[in-house]
Design a protein around this ligand. Structure first.
Ligand SMILES: [Zn+2]
Length: 48
């Protein structure tokens, strides 16, 4: 099973290594306190 990746530019989920720019893993390697802030950022973005 291929790992889902995410484009940091347009936010699209993709299996490609490059979309608008090199993609990043959609899954964090492990939970860290920083993810909490990422969650807040995502929520803030959704509310805009
Ligand atoms: Zn893209």
């Amino acid at each position: 099973m291929k790992k889902l990746r995410k484009c940091p530019v347009c936010g699209e989920y993709t299996l490609k290594l490059v979309h608008c720019a090199p993609t990043v893993s959609a899954y964090p390697p492990k939970y860290s306190p920083e993810d909490k802030y990422g969650e807040y950022r995502r929520r803030a973005k959704e509310e805009l």
